[in-house]
Write a protein that binds this ligand. Sequence first.
Ligand code: ACM
Length: 265
Amino acid sequence: MKGAIIQFEPVLGETERNIDKIVSEIKNLDADFVVLPELATSGYLFLSMDEVRPFALKPDDEKLKPIYEAAYQKNTMVVLGFPELADDKVYNSSIAILPDGKFYVYRKTHLFFKEKDAFLPGDTGFFVFDYLGVKFGMMICFDWFYPESARVLAKKGAEVLLHVSNLVLPGMAQKGMVVRSMENRVFSFTANRIGREEKGEISLKFTGMSQVVSPKGEVLSRAAEDLEEIIHIEFNPEEALNKNITELNDIFKDRRPEFYEGLCD
Ligand code: ACM
């Protein structure tokens, strides 16, 4: 299977320009799927729901049609973050658009910092879907900080984690996702953005270093901190089906939930 990541710098509030950029990059790919950053259509730094609402889109919004079209033409699944309009509320969401126009939407579970003022906490929970015979699960940026996110996806059978991100804590998630991949024996594709956004006293620098990690915790590819970059990688998703660390240790069968009391209260 061939996967790709597009690391780029979305421009705050420039939905059409960002979508044009995404589509032109997809046109150069040769991949079964491609992962883009969190809030890739809108940029990141919104301080209230009223501020983000004009840029929020429904999953079948006309403005997203060029991406559906590119997914169809390139026969690739496109996964990207966008502010999702639902009634008049907004979620920080990720959409997986399949070549046939089918889509899945995940709404970010763990909101980071000022996102709490701009978005509703996600209500979809973590789910797994099938594409080309492989099980995929989505998570968004700060979800990585909660080991439960990746663990639930892996327990539901995910072989590949699609981690759309706008990471700002230098290098931390890049290290953390190595552990998430290793402890769950899954591939992870972390698509991060680059650049800086500022509003009032808040200034955020995004850390780039998008990466692909194997079920053994090997970093198969990592982009630069501050350059637009495309990662292309060929991998065997079946490697994620082997949960044995040694012949005597299956990481899931060896769990002792009877001693994990208090974890989920
Ligand atoms: C983040 O969750 N965007 C840091």
